[in-house]
Design a protein around this ligand. Structure first.
Ligand SMILES: [Zn+2]
Length: 267
């Protein structure tokens, strides 16, 4: 059976990667442009995760998963009450990342949390024209979400600290307003990269476009800057969709390429 969550420790940070939906077997070629297609070996387990962190005594989530039961269920196993979550840091607003913010009755799953979101993303979500382009069911969901979050939202515009030790880093392209979060530790930082990499190949070759990103060229620019930063800081990297638990490190190989090493997983 698939693990529901994967606990880990990194320096003085404790955490757990939480599986929010079952893995899908996909082929990386679905994301790659014609010129980058692999001849073989492209099939892999595309996972869906969010992440719990205990950082400087605070309970934190990066994204919230797809439903209001799975993530709180994992938190319960970790002895964390959803009412004690202080921050929910959102990378972007696709439903596998945000639908878990709302209980079945429409109230907030993490009632005392500050919900952090990029200003560009929030402006886009709050724009009636964005919602008008969606089907009725989706539009209704996002309308409900924006309303529910309104009183607990912390908007961030540009790279800055959410709070001392947690940095919001804009990394647009996958979606408008997509962001990643860097957590300081006693040693190398931990960085949650959201949907920046759909496969480790995109971290190793940041110039390769993911054709399913909303703005592939912007995503390439963001990815190039991000991987350089991750390699330089020797960060522990977390990623929402690469094979579970989606943790690893990046090393610079030459000017354009990097080497990804998976962690927390036997191959
Ligand atoms: Zn995603």
């Amino acid at each position: 059976m698939e693990e529901l969550f994967h606990p880990f420790a990194h320096e003085d940070i404790e955490g757990a990667v939480i599986r929010v939906l079952e893995d899908e077997i996909l082929n990386v070629n679905e994301f790659l442009a014609e010129v980058e297609q692999l001849d073989e070996g492209g099939e892999y387990e595309f996972s869906y995760t969010c992440c719990y962190l205990k950082h400087r005594g605070r309970h934190i989530l990066v994204d919230a998963g797809f439903d209001p039961d799975t993530t709180p269920g994992a938190l319960e196993c970790l002895d964390v009450d959803p009412a004690d979550v202080a921050w929910v840091l959102l990378t972007h607003a696709d439903r596998d990342h945000v639908a878990g913010l709302l209980m079945h009755d429409g109230s907030l799953t993490y009632p005392r949390a500050q919900h952090v979101i990029g200003k560009d993303l929030w402006d886009n979500l709050s724009n009636p024209a964005t919602l008008a382009a969606l089907d009725d069911e989706r539009a209704a969901f996002y309308r409900k979400l924006v309303r529910a979050l309104d009183s607990s939202i912390q908007l961030i515009d540009g790279e800055s600290n959410v709070v001392d030790g947690i940095r919001f880093i804009p990394s647009a392209g996958h979606r408008i307003g997509h962001a990643v979060y860097e957590f300081s530790s006693e040693g190398a930082p931990l960085v949650h990269t959201g949907d920046s990499f759909f496969h480790p190949l995109f971290a190793e070759h940041p110039d390769w476009a993911n054709v399913t990103d909303s703005i592939p060229a912007a995503a390439v620019d963001s990815r190039r800057a991000l991987v350089a930063r991750l390699a330089k800081s020797h960060a522990l990297v977390l990623s929402s969709h690469i094979p579970f638990p989606g943790m690893g490190t990046l090393k610079k190989v030459d000017d354009k390429e990097y080497e990804w090493t998976s962690m927390g997983r036997e191959f």
